[in-house]
Design a protein around this ligand. Sequence first.
Ligand SMILES: NC(=O)c1ccc[n+]([C@@H]2O[C@H](COP(=O)([O-])OP(=O)(O)OC[C@H]3O[C@@H](n4cnc5c(N)ncnc54)[C@H](OP(=O)(O)O)[C@@H]3O)[C@@H](O)[C@H]2O)c1
Length: 184
Amino acid sequence: MRRIEGYVIVSADGMLADAKGEMPDSIRNEADQRFFQDALDRAAVVVHGRHSHEGGSRAARRKRLVLTRQIAALAPDPEHPNALLWNPLGASLDQALERLGVSDGTVAVIGGPEVFSLFLPLYDAFHLSRAATAKIPGGLAVFTEVGPNATPEDVLAHRGFRPGARRELDADDGVSVVTWERQR
Ligand SMILES: NC(=O)c1ccc[n+]([C@@H]2O[C@H](COP(=O)([O-])OP(=O)(O)OC[C@H]3O[C@@H](n4cnc5c(N)ncnc54)[C@H](OP(=O)(O)O)[C@@H]3O)[C@@H](O)[C@H]2O)c1
């Protein structure tokens, strides 16, 4: 049994990083980090682009796929333990997971925008955290499809997801999470 789930925290205007590709402190939150890191501990594998490693003291224990176009298909990752570099043009997700020795469990997708969008047809669930008091004008949006006429919620709804109840993670800081489940 495999599940594919996405995790992100965005600003009120749907951004996950600033224009320089850096995640500002305004969207970093301890309660959200706990929610995120605990979920990654339960996942069978973490998947992300080359600039989106989650950091933290438990990261080295996790199996991971790091997307890059610098290799043709699959290669050992010299920088991270338990990790493979993966170019989806050269190897399927199934092939990448098999090489890593992952047969079931949750595949946790953690960004950035291009990777979040690549997986839109595949997610079973997407956990959209929001820092409601933060704004990042000109920042990087969570999905490449987000724009003046499309919020992250619009993109998820358009792709067939439905939102669950909003859960407060840190009411004082205005941080909450909504899990969007794919309707089957
Ligand atoms: N707020 C949040 O929850 C959150 C979540 C994720 C990321 N972020 C932030 O977003 C920023 C990073 O954004 P980013 O756009 O640089 O994202 P990224 O996806 O981490 O890195 C982009 C790189 O990943 C590789 N890549 C991405 N898509 C690929 C694909 N389809 N096929 C092959 N390789 C692919 C490429 O690497 P090569 O150049 O090696 O080919 C590309 O240059 C960081 O500040 C990070 O902290 C925030």
